[in-house]
Design a protein around this ligand. Sequence first.
Ligand SMILES: [Zn+2]
Length: 751
Amino acid sequence: MSKSTLSACRPLLFGSFAAICLTSTVFADAGAPGSTPNQTSSPIPWYQEKLLGMEVGPTGAQMGYSDPTDPRYCARFDGREIVRHCVAAHAEYLVIWARDGDYAYYDSKFLTKCPGLGSRDVLREAVDEARQHHLPLIAYCVMQQGGNYLAAHPEYAMRDAQGNTLAGLYCFNSGYLEDLKRMAVEQLAYGIDGFHFDMFVEGFGPPYGCWCDSCLKKFQAEYGKPMSRSMTWDADWEQVMEFRYRSIQRFEQELYAYVKSINPHATVDFNYHGNPPFSWETGQRPVQHAGNADFVTGETGAWFLYPLSVSLNTEFYRAVTPGRPVQVAMSRDVRMYHNQTTRPVNDLRWELFTALAHGAFATMVDKTAFDGGLDPVAYERIGEAFADVLACRRNFGQPPVHEVGIYYSSRTRDWYGREKPAKYYASFAGAHKAMVYEHIPWSVLLDENVTLERLQAFPVVLLSNAGCLTDRETALLRQYVEQGGRLIVTGFSGTLDRFGQPRDESALADLIGARLKGRLDTLDNWVRFPAASASTLTADLAPGVRRDWPFLVKGPAVIYAATTAEPVGELMKPFRTIRQQQGKESTDWPMSAEAPVGPAILVNHVGKGIVLTFAGSPDFATASENRTVEARRLLRDAVRWLDPKPRVQITAPNTVETVVTDDPATRTLRVHLMGYNAPPQTITPKDNPLSMQGFVLAEVIEDAPMYRATVELDRPFERVEAWRKSTQLTRSGQRVEATINDIHDVLIFHY
Ligand SMILES: [Zn+2]
């Protein structure tokens, strides 16, 4: 045991200097396996003060069912070396691979140890070395993965509606939980600081589970009737979905409580799958499954989605666990985990700064070579990026300033999206993209935990194709508007019932100030602003758009007839060829505009607030393949008209992402700017170029961009400074122009 020294103490994001020194007693005398688990007296858990960590695991058993006779696998997977490399790279904690679907990487009494390790115990090595460096050590345990353990325990397997075994999935109502508890006891005895469990899902698509005997029995006991085996999308199927949701939640809560009963200071987190683009299929609902651990952990998704998913997911994780720390995990590889390709430093910096500016702490995932060896270049680059981020740490963690709350309806995800959740998700993702490109500070609101107070934290709420709204939500939205809130409504919002079926009248009819006349059954819908319009609002809501010119606003659209609202512009339906009308020709490609069918926009004053409704879906359009700049700008112009004098107005290239925070205690407002600078990309199509389905991987960022940005505050301030010396500032009253030549900088306003 080594006592803490001043040199071991780092500046803190949360808490006091004295407090972090106390945390080093965490590593007191944890003892050998089998000894009394480490009882810490840490007043601040590691996850509240650390900003950057590493997760390290081997490559070779991640697909499961690896050959146990291959001694090459993990022969060099060495806990001591991993800790030393992570410490040298400035990591503040380490998540180390301790168990997967095939092996334990420590001396377990009941799990098969990875044969390549021989007599070595990686967890023992890592714990011993971590103590020398006061490095919190978290055990990474894969719990949902096909492999040799599941093959040896078919009684734990998930089953489909016909009773067939589902490949590679454990049932959450089986006896598997008891095995995980036994494993947790073994690992806690090493003196680890916590667990990261990956991952609590019931799969990612059909066939679905679980209809094993255990689930059937449990369902019968809970509902007093047999579990429905068909996907009828009615009350019967709703019970099956609720049962699936509860199965995972119960499992998480029991495992969490059990670990805490052994060591209350050991942290527990679960890899989360309630965020978009995941849907009900995983068995997770955004809020219900985010809060069952000490903090939520999610992936940024840059490697399998798109670069904007970094900020979208980080804010999503914050919104599902308000007020709590959130961890985001990202890959050091250019494509996905387990490939040993190494991203350039600027690419790593861009993702790290984006996540941290949005309030997360971040874990860089390194998957080793097959034999467990470490890539020295990866650790050099990660170390360079980590050092730069940590030097800036005082600029992270302040309360965010938000202007627009983008509403996420999990009910709409489930019952309108059903097995094609992208048709809902596109509207949410497009709303996010528009806010980022237009530098409008935004965050996420969710149906599961929405309150009037949460709505009122945003000057503008964007109801993005939230088709299925409950009476409670509608009442809250009404209160919000009546008390002065500004609401934007798009697409099918309010027009579907709880099972996702069309309603005769919108639940929002009186707020919108219009009757629902019908829905277009097309997505290639158009908007036009006539030059001869009587509405004076056209100039405000479509200032830059050419008159008498239809432009595509792809996405679901509703035909409204105004009652109390003022209609603006025209929604137009597309042409359909005779063959399309006969169902003989695809409608996948957009067809040109034919004729107006109703207003494009409706503006309705309600109480002290305003409701602005788009009959179409500029959000969906912005995320679609047939995106138009004009569609996106409809959203920007709507926000600016509804909230003409925001706290901060930013202009910058739309390659730059911005985050605004305010620290009232020190009267400091910060504007983070992340300059995305990926070059144009080419990916060779596999077969027919049209079969690429729009999927092009972004290129990695090598160079720092150089660009100008302006920031204008709504009030006077004393002085402004830039974090980086390379940034040049010119001030003019309440407006500052910055010329920035880096991946990240932060402008610091003292007011
Ligand atoms: Zn089951």
